[in-house]
Design a binder for this molecule. Structure first.
Ligand SMILES: NC(=O)c1ccc[n+]([C@@H]2O[C@H](COP(=O)([O-])OP(=O)(O)OC[C@H]3O[C@@H](n4cnc5c(N)ncnc54)[C@H](OP(=O)(O)O)[C@@H]3O)[C@@H](O)[C@H]2O)c1
Length: 318
């Protein structure tokens, strides 16, 4: 007798816009892959706490998407493939990034375009792969596509040990730039040096401005409003990259710098490159804490408290 495939799954969902208080762990329809999509049985889903504030989380092309499933950074096993997918098969261990205006991976299954998924080496844990994918791709896009950073240039990173900041620091060092980072504690200072920072400024929000001048490239990886001193820290003609929102054109003009914002995209070749880099141990991936999917709401709520250590918060799906 044929067994009907399951049509339901457990997921973390929000039925209304808001913060972690909106999240509920409940039954939801199991997604079905389209022609060039894969359905992945999720094993680990990482959190970027700011995602609940992103417009794409709640709407697509101006249309309300609720109920939504959060968490776009995942690793798992391919459970089903669409008819046009030729390079992935059921049972492959994979990781990837779900486009931000689609349902995420805080669920037993997620459907994602096949181009946003890559095979994961067996030696790399699901947790590490899920934790690395968004921050590493964002840092690469900032340094390789947006600024074209080269060896010898002076790079400033505000928030050099955050999830994205830690990859910016590591990649900036690997490119051969002179890397200066700001952090908020002595503990973070030690970590920044381990990640490859040449200079570390332990800062309260404002006094850094006096010392930080003439950078070729500056990247704000904190997530709050970008302070004016970040614009002033870039040399005339240099570049400021802002990750959280479009920068102030007025301040960019005032200091004669080019300032830009971008939203990261997953690409198969970058995912393959990242998979090899993590497997070779060439980047450090830090995990602060893990929660089971059933406690996903608590995982998101933990974003408003100090974390037990550096790195990502990851949801584990049994
Ligand atoms: N555009 C894109 O495609 C994209 C992609 C990914 C992320 N993002 C955005 O990037 C931002 C960072 O994300 P994330 O996941 O990396 O966040 P995160 O892990 O929370 O990192 C933020 C870091 O900033 C540090 N920080 C806070 N205040 C600071 C200050 N005054 N000076 C120096 N450092 C300070 C924090 O240190 P403490 O923990 O010590 O406070 C933390 O290490 C968010 O706005 C997110 O939305 C954008």
């Amino acid at each position: 007798m044929d067994v009907e495939p399951a049509t339901a799954m457990m997921a973390l969902r929000a039925h209304e816009r808001g913060g972690p208080e909106r999240l509920v762990y409940e039954e939801a329809p199991r997604p079905i892959p389209g022609p060039d999509e894969v359905c992945v049985a999720v094993r680990a889903a990482a959190i970027t706490f700011a995602e609940l504030t992103w417009p794409e989380t709640w709407e697509s092309a101006g249309i309300d998407r609720t109920p939504v499933i959060p968490s776009h950074e995942f690793a798992g096993v391919v459970a089903e493939v669409g008819p046009d997918v030729i390079d992935l098969t059921v049972g492959d261990s994979v990781f990837g990034l779900v486009p931000f205006d689609r349902d995420g991976a805080a669920a037993e299954f997620v459907v994602v375009p096949s181009a946003c998924v890559a095979r994961k080496e067996a030696t790399v844990s699901d947790v590490d792969a899920a934790a690395a994918v968004l921050p590493a791709l964002t840092a690469w896009e900032a340094l390789r596509d947006q600024t074209h950073l080269v060896a010898g240039q002076r790079l400033l990173i505000r928030g050099g040990t955050g999830a994205v900041g830690a990859f910016l620091t590591q990649f900036g060092h690997q490119i051969g730039a002179e890397v200066t980072v700001t952090v908020t504690s002595a503990l973070a200072e030690a970590r920044a040096r381990k990640l490859g920072a040449d200079h570390v400024v332990v800062s309260t929000p404002h006094p850094e401005a006096r010392d930080l001048q003439a950078f070729d490239v500056a990247i704000d990886a904190v997530g709050d409003e970008v302070p004016e001193w970040m614009y002033a820290a870039v040399r005339p003609g240099g570049q400021l990259i802002v990750l959280q929102e479009p920068p102030s054109q007025e301040l960019a003009d005032k200091y004669g710098v080019s300032a830009a914002f971008f939203v990261v995209h997953a690409r198969r070749e970058r995912l393959d490159e990242l998979a090899a880099l993590i497997a070779a141990g060439h980047v450090e991936v830090a995990i602060a804490q893990t929660f089971p999917l059933s406690a996903g709401k608590a995982a998101y709520e933990s974003g408003s408290r100090p974390k037990p250590g550096p790195g990502k918060t990851v949801i584990l799906v049994p």
